[in-house]
Design a protein around this ligand. Structure first.
Ligand code: COA
Length: 161
């Protein structure tokens, strides 16, 4: 029997509880999930790739079926390289939908065998984003219920620097 693998890609700068929720729900449908961190995105990331890997590995350290990896360049090339044909992403609202739709079409043109699975956010995460969490912590707020404690800790360390 073949192993069912899916990739959950993102910039994860930093990962939010919304991301974690999507990854944990995707886990129920697959034998293995690869959380793939994009090294270079159009975003100016606050965390290095190594820091994002470290946070996600800590968050999922008890989940033997979740692997954390990073990739450079095109997502489709990474999928081809590791032989994975399924992507999972979360959708919070209509603007996510439009963005995902455009990305899916572009990726599908580049890699026709690739399929996409979208999970609707659970209500309590629909307002969350990496930017909101960064701003909250930077301005002295608390992010309880929005991100894992390791993320808050790492953001506070950044702030001190
Ligand atoms: N709950 C809460 N927040 C969520 C979320 C969820 N379920 N899903 C997404 N978000 C938020 C994130 O917090 C992030 O917020 P921000 O805009 O404030 O930073 C934002 O939505 C999206 O971030 P993320 O999910 O980390 O992914 P991304 O959209 O930055 O990543 C890639 C997109 C990496 C998949 C895409 O850029 C890519 O494939 N890059 C590789 C290059 C490539 O192949 N390009 C061609 C694509 S066609």
């Amino acid at each position: 029997m073949s192993t069912k693998i899916a990739i959950c890609p993102g910039s994860f700068d930093p990962p939010t509880d919304g991301h974690i929720n999507i990854i944990k729900r995707a886990r129920k449908q697959f034998d293995k999930i690869i959380v793939a961190i994009a090294k270079n995105t159009s975003k100016n990331t606050i965390f290095t790739t190594e820091e994002r890997i470290e946070m996600l590995r800590e968050i999922f350290k008890k989940c033997k079926d979740i692997e954390v990896d990073s990739f450079d360049g095109l997502l489709v090339d990474y999928c081809r390289k590791i032989g994975c044909h399924t992507l999972v992403r979360g959708i919070r609202n209509m603007s996510d939908y439009e963005y995902e739709f455009q990305m899916a079409l572009a990726n599908k043109t580049l890699y026709p065998e690739l399929e996409f699975i979208y999970l609707m956010t659970e209500g309590q995460y629909s307002h969350l984003s990496s930017s909101i969490i960064k701003e909250l912590i930077m301005l002295g707020g608390t992010s309880a219920g929005m991100c894992h404690p390791i993320v808050e800790k790492k953001l506070k360390e950044k702030l001190k620097k």
